[in-house]
Design a protein around this ligand. Sequence first.
Ligand SMILES: CCCCCCCCCCCCCCCC(=O)SCCNC(=O)CCNC(=O)[C@H](O)C(C)(C)COP(=O)(O)OP(=O)(O)OC[C@H]1O[C@@H](n2cnc3c(N)ncnc32)[C@H](O)[C@@H]1OP(=O)(O)O
Length: 140
Amino acid sequence: MGYDYCFVCGDKNPHGLKAKFNADGDSVWASFHCEERHIGWPNVQHGGITSALLDEACAYVPLNMDLVTVTAELNISFKTPVQVGETVRIEAHPTKVNKRLILVEATMVNQAGELKASAQAKMLVLSKTQQAAMGIETQA
Ligand SMILES: CCCCCCCCCCCCCCCC(=O)SCCNC(=O)CCNC(=O)[C@H](O)C(C)(C)COP(=O)(O)OP(=O)(O)OC[C@H]1O[C@@H](n2cnc3c(N)ncnc32)[C@H](O)[C@@H]1OP(=O)(O)O
């Protein structure tokens, strides 16, 4: 699972986070290590980085179902700061699957199991025409 230049998961994006997502049934997960270059406030992971990781996890859930989606809505609760040096696990799973709308929940926890942030997302399935209009390449 991956897309070369994606800011969150792409192998070839020199500025990217290079998070690797894995499937486990209908759930997906990834690990991420917070470094100095990911901060906003001193020693605290930037909320935009946290949001990007959760958003990506939510997008991987439909991808794991062979559905190409975009995020239509993303609601994030930041519970506890992620600190430099911490490794977190991001997990996401579907809560409702309709024809065009996939509801997804995601969490970020540290190695002690402490909840750092959670998210609910509405993922909209793109038609082939919409994918082409956006320039998204799909396998035949
Ligand atoms: C392929 C290659 C594989 C590679 C493998 C690795 C790939 C690894 C890269 C992953 C990358 C991920 C990245 C992270 C995910 C982003 O960050 S995606 C980027 C951020 N999101 C966007 O840019 C989305 C921008 N918004 C849009 O494009 C459009 O508004 C949307 C969401 C497509 C909807 O447009 P539309 O289809 O014209 O919508 P519309 O006709 O108005 O409504 C269609 C239906 O959806 C419903 N709807 C629309 N918006 C909403 C909403 N917000 N809430 C509820 N319902 C809604 C409507 O009510 C309507 O329902 P019905 O009437 O059909 O029942």
